[in-house]
Write a protein that binds this ligand. Structure first.
Ligand code: HEC
Ligand code: HEC
Length: 312
């Protein structure tokens, strides 16, 4: 009985214990140092580590809309109105330079504040250093696009051209000139009145309507032949923000790529008056619309105005 007990239970148990002790001692080195396991640990950490470079940051924060290559063809694009900017061939709307080329600061401002009234949200939560990297990445896409276009143009001339000639052409098209910094004195009610007169003299009402809410009967497209519409200056948020500085720049420089024109023919005094007038139109709270509504408003304005008429 005891023999059976020893044979079937105690002996095997001893063997198992010895084996376990042997394994513990011999494996001490590899277990304790953890070398064998660490590469996988490091890899999985690397995968979840925050992105550091411009391309990495762009891929994680921007590519869903702007596309991995910055061509505005991210997977979310089909549901958006207006469409995300194509950085390779699009024009930046919110510029501050004489020749309407975006500076890094222009792009950083957009990344920090977003484009109100569109799906381009603010990335204020990112550290400033990351927004700078992202702005550099956007400009790198833009220059690459300009370079590809310039190369194609020079090639179509069917003559030899040097790398230097190509570089010069790209630099000429992408280098921003000096930044315009408008300066405003204290607001004066007379300026609002003068600005109101200029609003009609300059033909702003043709698109924005007599009362600034946007004419119903204009059909407009942007430089990509996409339907767009004049801003409702009373109820909608302004894309560049409603500071005097931003409105002034939009009036002086226009919004490149959109039908909104530049009023560079006006004197500085007139521009300041018009800026005061536009600012005086804005009411709070501003109208916040969805992509679907914006798309409808751009494409079915006649339908909407007919419905408004029917209500009267
Ligand atoms: C949810 C979609 C979405 C995401 C994500 C997004 N954008 Fe945009 N972005 C847009 C749309 C839409 C516009 C166009 C707005 C317009 O035309 O008024 C735009 C416009 C822009 C512009 C052009 C501004 C100008 O002056 O014309 C820049 C620059 C830009 N985005 C940078 C970025 C960067 C950098 C990121 C990532 C940190 C990013 N966007 C993430 C949708 C997005
Ligand atoms: C041909 C039509 C047209 C005319 C004329 C026009 N605009 Fe615009 N305007 C637009 C469109 C379209 C937009 C919206 C552009 C966009 O966001 O894509 C706009 C946008 C604006 C904005 C918004 C800027 C922002 O930050 O969002 C202001 C302010 C403005 N216009 C004022 C004026 C004034 C003042 C005049 C007259 C000097 C004028 N517009 C003439 C079509 C026009």
């Amino acid at each position: 009985m005891l023999q059976n007990y020893l044979r079937y239970f105690v002996y095997p148990l001893g063997v198992v214990c010895l084996l376990a002790l042997g394994l513990f001692l011999s494996g001490k080195h590899s277990w304790a140092s953890g070398d064998a396991a660490s590469p996988t640990v490091k890899n999985s950490l690397a995968e979840s580590a925050p992105p550091k470079t411009g391309p990495e940051l762009f891929a994680s924060h921007c590519s869903a809309c702007h596309g991995l290559k910055g061509d505005g063809k991210g997977p979310a694009t089909r549901n958006l109105h207006p469409k995300p900017r194509d950085f390779r061939s699009g024009e930046f709307r919110l510029v501050s330079t004489r020749n309407r080329r975006a500076t890094r600061q222009d792009i950083e401002r957009v990344i920090q504040h977003g484009v109100p009234g569109t799906s381009m949200q603010s990335f204020d939560n990112l550290p400033a250093s990351q927004r700078t990297l992202l702005a550099r990445q956007v400009l790198a896409f833009w220059r690459a696009g300009a370079r590809a276009a310039a190369t194609a143009e020079l090639e179509s001339d069917q003559r030899e051209f040097s790398e230097q000639e190509l570089e010069q052409l790209v630099a000429q098209r992408t280098t921003p000139q000096e930044t315009i910094v408008p300066i405003f004195g204290d607001p004066d009610p007379r300026q609002v009145v003068a600005g109101g007169n200029l609003y009609f003299k300059q033909g702003c009402q043709a698109c924005h309507g007599d009362d600034g809410v946007g004419a119903q009967d204009v059909w407009l497209v942007d430089n990509k032949r996409r339907q767009t519409r004049p801003r409702d200056l009373v109820h909608e948020p302004l894309k560049g923000g409603s500071t005097m500085e931003s409105i002034y720049l939009r009036l002086l420089l226009g919004m490149p790529g959109t039908p909104h024109p530049s009023s560079a023919n006006l004197t500085d005094e007139q521009l300041i008056a018009l800026t005061h007038f536009c600012r005086s139109l804005a009411r709070e709270p501003t109208l916040v619309s969805t992509n679907y509504q914006r798309s409808l408003w751009s494409t079915c304005r006649q339908y909407l105005s007919a419905r408004e008429d029917a209500k009267k």
